[in-house]
Design a protein. Structure first.
Length: 380
């Protein structure tokens, strides 16, 4: 069992998954989070079997909590926006568990964070710590926060601080994410309002007339609610916040030509949130000395393959595996190189595939995504 002094910037899904995995491996882990406490914010997310299997390896408490609050979609279905034609259908739920070793779960981000936070010692999470500057040496890393406090002599610093990562900027220089010209609407409605929509218990993607246009729907809260996520091109709106109120009539107007089943989903919405979607290009490196990145800090991606959270959890598991036997700071750079070698091709491929938004439109093999096991993939 190792005993490195590790700091993680960001208590999101990837950061807390890494914290749990590294703590279980025996390391001295502290998480630095800029918020003053854990808040119930964020979007509802789709955890495909590869993500759920990675979570399962973090312990039975996390696995059980995710299943208790999430829903298990029956299928993954593609339908065309105008005719309603079904172009692909993958059985999920029990069939996914048989085939991939885990089901698909659809869950609110806050419920998943709560499960991860409950499993990690709360005393090791330092809130209200906004990173300001980072100083790296050949043997370790120090970080200064905006309140002028410091964390010094870290053997490893992990940037799990999202698309605007301070750690990434310290490693590779400042670079702004790019607005994609796509905005997203999201809403949650009681399922009773849309119970007559076919396959309402499935994950259904309505493919629009352009790659930027889609409506995705899936069950939440064990099927009691239905989540609606819609995207469309709109260059004139750049608000990035996930909590900005949108206009329901505007939402319906964008999809007025869609099939009646799709419009019925939007007709059920009383309120909607709206945000702009941003991205970056894939990196050729994720690590530098005693610093590394995971999740959106190194591969922020469009939501069209539903792999953002899954990739962060996979990163966390593979990183922890590469550090499990490391007990000397001098061994850290080599361990990070192995982690990067195991992850960068897969994550970059999914990042680019998500941008193109064609995956599973007309069928195809999902095994290369869903069948990945972060706990058993061969070491580099």
């Amino acid at each position: 069992m190792g005993q490195l002094k590790i700091g993680i910037v960001g208590a999101g899904i990837g950061g807390l998954a890494a914290a749990n995995a590294l703590h279980q491996a025996g390391h001295d882990v502290t998480v630095f989070e800029q918020a003053k406490q854990f808040f119930r914010v964020g979007a509802d997310i789709n955890l495909t079997p590869n993500a759920v299997r990675a979570l399962d390896g973090l312990g039975p408490d996390i696995a059980q909590a995710a299943r208790a609050s999430g829903a298990r979609p029956t299928h993954r279905i593609s339908r065309m926006w105008d005719t309603g034609e079904e172009t692909s259908r993958l059985p999920m739920s029990d069939e996914a568990e048989r085939k991939y070793g885990a089901p698909q779960l659809t869950i609110h981000r806050a419920d998943l964070l709560a499960a991860l936070a409950e499993a990690f010692p709360l005393a090791r999470v330092r809130f209200d710590k906004r990173a300001e500057s980072i100083a790296a040496t050949d043997t370790g890393v120090g970080i200064r926060f905006k309140d002028q406090s410091e964390a010094t002599e870290l053997d490893l610093l992990i940037g799990a601080d999202g698309i605007h990562s301070v750690v990434r900027n310290a490693m590779f220089g400042a670079e702004s994410p790019r607005f994609t010209g796509v905005v997203a609407f999201r809403a949650v409605v009681p399922t009773v309002r849309v119970r007559d929509v076919p396959n309402i218990a499935a994950f259904t993607k309505w493919w629009g007339p352009s790659p930027e246009s889609q409506i995705v729907t899936f069950p939440l809260n064990q099927g009691r609610d239905t989540f609606i996520f819609a995207t469309t091109a709109q260059d004139s709106w750049h608000e990035e916040s996930w909590t900005t109120a949108g206009n329901v009539e505007e939402l319906r107007g964008f999809y007025a030509g869609f099939h009646p089943d799709a419009r019925a989903l939007l007709d059920a919405c009383d309120a909607v949130l709206k945000t702009a979607l941003y991205e970056r290009d894939p990196l050729t490196r994720w690590s530098n000395g005693h610093m590394t990145l995971l999740g959106d800090a190194c591969h922020p991606m469009m939501p069209f393959m539903a792999q953002g959270a899954g990739m962060a959890i996979e990163d966390a598991v593979v990183l922890a595996r590469n550090l499990s036997d490391v007990d000397k700071p001098a061994q850290v750079p080599a361990a990070l190189a192995r982690y990067e070698a195991m992850r960068i091709e897969r994550a970059s491929s999914i990042q680019i595939g998500s941008r193109g938004n064609q995956w599973l439109k007309a069928g195809g093999n999902a095994d290369w995504v869903y069948g990945y096991d972060a706990w058993s993939v061969p070491m580099a």
